[in-house]
Design a protein around this ligand. Structure first.
Ligand code: HEM
Length: 217
């Protein structure tokens, strides 16, 4: 079992499942952020409710960190393994891999950098605030790290577009890796993938534009 998990295919399965779990997190996260459109009161009560069940939130956050680590460690390990295979005598030429798959590790690392900035400003700031704070105002701050600040909004949009290409490639390549027949890949799975790589990122961008153009104010 242990050997299987760390075999080449075992690692792909781990990357696929952790990637999917992260995508589901993104869907929930988007719903939380869309509440901004319904006004200050609703957004503040939602965050305040999450603070009141903070033990549960902590457990989920630990789970999330575990899943992120699983995704990153397996992705890096699998990239190194592919590189070695390419340099070795049983070379499976990396040049035959699509360009986007070679850049997955780089887009992944840039996303990680975005993650650090995002958590430093939003997550950390929210940790310092008490249950009755006006969280909504912090969402709109015109200061580096917050979305009322135009350069920060531009960095966010760039990062989200990168996340979108990372997700698109991830979903489509994993279906191929597991040998899902083309007719299914062209059918329902294409639309499932579309939800994650197109609709969710578009939702985040709409929230950012909503803040920048004063629709959320
Ligand atoms: C419009 C864009 C976004 C906004 C306004 C936003 C807002 C927030 C806020 C306010 C928090 C703190 C929540 C709290 O502590 O209660 C947070 C946490 C977090 N965000 Fe975002 N986010 C955005 C996009 C993203 C994206 C694209 C990702 C992932 C790639 C992401 C990943 C996370 C993670 C992992 C956390 C910490 C988990 C948690 O405690 O909920 N966010 N975000």
């Amino acid at each position: 079992m242990f050997r299987f998990l760390f075999s080449s295919i075992g690692q792909k399965i781990q990357i696929a499942f952790s990637g999917f779990a992260l995508s589901v997190f993104l869907l929930f996260h988007l719903f939380n952020n869309l509440v901004l459109f319904t006004g200050q009161e609703n957004f503040n009560s939602m965050v305040s409710f999450l603070k009141s069940v903070h033990l549960l939130v902590r457990i989920l956050e630990f789970g999330l960190v575990g899943i992120i680590l699983l995704h990153i460690v397996n992705a890096i390990y699998s990239t190194i393994r592919n590189k070695r295979a390419n340099n070795g005598k049983y070379a499976v030429s990396a040049d035959t891999a699509p360009r986007s798959s070679k850049t997955m590790i780089w887009s992944g690392l840039i996303i990680l950098f975005f993650f650090v900035i995002h958590l430093r400003y939003y997550w950390y700031t929210f940790q310092l605030l008490d249950k009755d704070a006006n969280f909504y105002d912090y969402m709109l701050l015109d200061k580096f790290g917050f979305l009322g600040h135009t350069p920060t909004a531009v960095i966010y949009i760039a990062a989200i577009l990168l996340i979108s290409t990372h997700l698109k490639h991830g979903f489509l390549s994993i279906f191929k890796t597991f040998g899902v027949p083309l007719k299914y890949r062209e059918g329902i799975l294409k639309y499932v993938a579309l939800l994650f790589w197109a609709i969710i990122p578009a939702g985040f961008i709409i929230v950012i534009l909503g803040i920048q153009f004063g629709i959320i104010n």
